[in-house]
Design a protein around this ligand. Structure first.
Ligand code: NDP
Length: 447
């Protein structure tokens, strides 16, 4: 008996769309269902609108710098509704492209929430559909501690605030928290950030974290480090929030943003009825080929809680399509993945932090450079760029490349190729610099 489809993908985000598209291009009969908007977290309420907000927010600094370059610019003001409308238009355009790509590849594009009903069965809009294989690509959803009460928005809502808050308080010290702290500061809001560790960005190299903390302070963001939120109530005039911290201090704000992590989106998905094993956090457990304990069911992207980054989900989706329909069994390796944090200035990292390299047993040699880039020096800004190489002393291999400074995400993408190829410090040293750039510092660091 032939089933309705060879592959049924649940979730039209980065991973699901890539998997469905490639599988369809291989000739598989593919259907993909999405309950909200095509493009998923990254396109609709994540990386893409966030980056647009970063661009909008960076203009403040650009205008300030312009004066140093001899420009006379009148009073610069930012209009949130104007930006929001343009942003929404762009997101709608991109979301449309995602749907179009799928249709062009020959996939059946279905709107609605699909639920697993068995190893080869899903239910969508009251209809039962069968498939040889099912892929769970439902992503993640913002999560926050049970004990912090109501009154928070998450990163889902932050893209649709009706007005720009005068004052925003952000709870968390991860990617979302530090990126939005800078975004709102740049747009003109007063920003408080509260995180429980002494520094933001746990897991990043300690010196990178140090520079990120300097950047938060430089942007005028009020940092409450080593603190937690103990209580949260409505503001005195019946609007806004008052956060009470564990030391009893209070922060009044118009908007309180919880940026305390994300959890896999597996609730009410029917995985239990199909017998798919999940972790206590709800992440779908998969092997190196993204297969669950049920042989016909697979999972990719944030829902597996491996490395929760868009390009990783895309890689996993592509690898799965290659494995199932391209006759190319492909594993995804989750090491050496470069990452960027779009703080202002941004962070770019590939490979191991100094502490992680030491913990992994390497005899580590470190090269670092802290300097005021030409542009900043010229306009009288004193913020510095930080670069660091973590080297294995015996093999000279570059274990980690770290940067906080303008264009770090762009630069780190290229450095990641070198690290992936197994570059040594000597390879970096014999590379001739491109001058005048900031990136050249990576090939000029000497002991
Ligand atoms: P993160 O996991 O990066 O950070 C969560 C933060 O919340 C941490 O500072 C953590 O503290 C804190 N936290 C967690 N639980 C509690 C608690 N119970 N009480 C107090 N604080 C708590 O999550 P984000 O929401 O920032 O981002 C989610 C994921 O989305 C990221 O991990 C990343 O994978 C992805 N992302 C990537 C971006 C990029 O590539 N530029 C941008 C935005 C998101 P502690 O460190 O002490 O545990």
């Amino acid at each position: 008996m032939q089933r309705d489809y060879d592959l049924f993908v649940i979730g039209g985000g980065s991973g699901g769309v890539r998997c469905a598209r490639i599988a369809a291009q291989y000739g598989a009969r593919v259907a993909i269902a999405e309950e909200y908007r095509w493009g998923g977290t990254c396109v609709i309420r994540g990386c893409v609108p966030k980056k647009l907000m970063v661009y909008a927010s960076e203009v403040r600094q650009a205008v300030a710098d312009a004066r140093g370059f001899g420009w006379t610019i009148g009073e610069a003001t930012f209009d949130w509704p104007t930006f929001l409308a343009a942003k929404d238009q762009e997101i709608a355009r991109l979301s449309g492209i995602y749907g179009e790509l799928l249709r062009k590849a020959g996939a059946k594009v279905l709107d609605g929430r699909a639920v697993v009903r068995g190893p080869n069965t899903v239910e969508l809009n009251g209809q039962t559909i069968t498939a040889e294989r099912i892929v769970i690509a439902t992503g993640g959803t913002p999560s926050w501690p049970n004990d912090i009460a109501d009154g928070w928005i998450s990163s889902n809502e932050v893209f649709h605030l009706p007005t720009l808050p005068n004052r925003i308080a952000i709870y968390g010290g991860g990617y979302v928290a530090v990126e939005f702290a800078h975004i709102f500061a740049g747009m003109g809001a007063a920003v408080d950030i509260i995180h429980r560790d002494t520094r933001a960005l746990r897991g990043f190299d300690d010196e990178v974290r140090e520079h990120v903390m300097l950047g938060l302070a430089r942007a005028g963001i009020t940092v409450h480090a080593g603190r937690t939120v103990a209580a949260n109530r409505t503001g005195a005039n019946g609007s806004g929030r008052v956060l009470v911290l564990d030391d009893g201090s209070e922060i009044a704000c118009d908007v309180a943003l919880a940026a305390t992590g994300r959890a896999p989106a597996t609730a009410a998905l029917g995985l239990d009825t199909a017998g798919v094993a999940v972790t206590p956090r709800g992440a779908v457990i998969v092997d190196d080929y993204s297969r669950t304990n049920v042989p016909s069911i697979f999972a990719i992207g944030d829902v597996t809680d491996r490395v929760t980054l868009t390009p990783v989900a895309i890689r996993e989706g592509h690898a799965l399509a290659d494995t199932l329909f391209g006759n190319k069994p492909t594993m995804v390796h989750h090491t050496g993945i470069a990452t960027a944090v779009f703080t202002q200035a941004p962070v770019g990292v590939v490979g191991l932090s100094e502490a992680a390299a030491v913990a992994a047993g390497h005899d580590v040699q470190v090269f670092r450079s802290t300097f005021r880039p030409m542009r900043n020096a010229f306009v009288g800004r004193d913020d510095k760029t930080f670069m660091k190489l973590v080297i294995d002393r015996a093999t000279r291999k570059v274990l980690g490349v770290h940067m906080v400074g303008a264009d770090a995400p762009e630069i780190i993408q290229m450095a990641a190729i070198a690290v992936t190829m197994g570059a040594t410090k000597d390879d970096f040293d014999r590379t001739v610099a491109v001058h005048p750039t900031a990136a050249e510092e990576f090939v000029l660091m000497r002991g």
